[in-house]
Design a protein around this ligand. Sequence first.
Ligand code: UD1
Length: 420
Amino acid sequence: MEKILIDGGKPLVGEIETSGMKNAALPIIFGCLLVKDRCVIENLPEIDDVEVSLQILADMGARIEQIDRTTYAIDCTKVRGGSSSLELVRRLRASYYLLGAEIGRYGKAYVGSPGGCDFGCRPIDQHIKGFEALGCTVRMDGNYVEAVAHSGLQGTNIFFDLVSVGATMNVMLAAVCAPGVTVIENAAREPHIVDLANFLNTCGGQISGAGTDTIKIKGVTELHGCSYAIIPDMIEAGTYMIAAAATGGRLKITNVIPKHLESITSKLCEMGVTVTEGDDFVEVSLEGKLTRTNVKTLPYPGFPTDMQPQMAVLMCLADGISKMHESVFDNRFRYTEELIRMGALIKVSGKTAIIEGKPALNPARVRAVDLRAGAAMVIAGLATKGVTEIDNIRLIERGYDDLVGKLRNCGADIRKESVG
Ligand code: UD1
């Protein structure tokens, strides 16, 4: 067990290179299961969730070869369907992509129920609705999900009841090799949906419309190996943009697609932060005071729920009263209790947090209650004079590649220490 210690109150100044996107890397890694060939995946972030996903495939019989720090060759030719480790699968939310990938490859799946961050109830009914529409019978007991297409898979029209990133990608995985045409309506439009479609198309899939709310998939008989580079992580980049603003610093964040950051950039500008966009970088600085704003989280291209806790920290430091409304998940405000320990003035009522800004927070001992909440604690610690201690940092390491190293390079006094 380790904790992070931050002696904060110093502006972050310098350059940070964004790593590959976690939420694109994971479905693409599991998507390799559909391919009886070698796929070389580049720009994978060095994070625990990627390591666990690769381990799950390796345990199932995949040949995994690390080519350099961020590039792996994954060959799933000899994988045994239905053999994933329950213990590993439970460590990840994204392990639900094994369901779609096994259905796509074998016409059946047997996978443990997924784990992941606790944001209240996280059902997978829309994933199941999609698999059933493709011809599967799905059974769930407490531990496992089993799907079988007794008469084979068949392309079809699927209209999701709500916009779900996971269900959209899972149905893409299940349908890419299903005979006929599958049309997903009310699909999620996140950049990682486009990235998964691009990966599958590079392997010979025929998917169009990804990035809009209607995705069309013409089933192909087989996919072939490819080389593919994951897109940059907009949530990692957004986290460092907010860290620059919260510390009154100046950061150039490279290897980004500025268009993916627009909802974050526009809120930062509203709050008085200067954001300059280049072709593949953004530069973020704050000179004056932060001003209040309101934010409502929404599916892409709206403000991402995965940036909600980090943005709340900025609101804690802004002049005036801000409102944060979470409209994607039921319960994503558990971290506010940790910020309150640091002196933040936050009242949560249902899905809205009312945040009264103040010039500074106090250092305290706090916990990462989930991945992005942990990133928010790091930002709060960086912005606060004195030593903030953050426990439970394995949750942060699930999703941030070399967070401590990247921040130290920009002048942060931050280190990891073993506990006990
Ligand atoms: C993914 C991301 C997560 C991000 C979220 C929203 C991964 C591994 N995780 O999570 O980081 O916060 O997208 O951008 O990529 N829902 C249902 N039934 C379903 C599916 C979803 O009711 O079958 C609900 C969820 O409970 C939630 C909302 O729909 O309230 C959106 O969830 P979804 O987009 O599916 O998020 P995840 O795939 O779980």
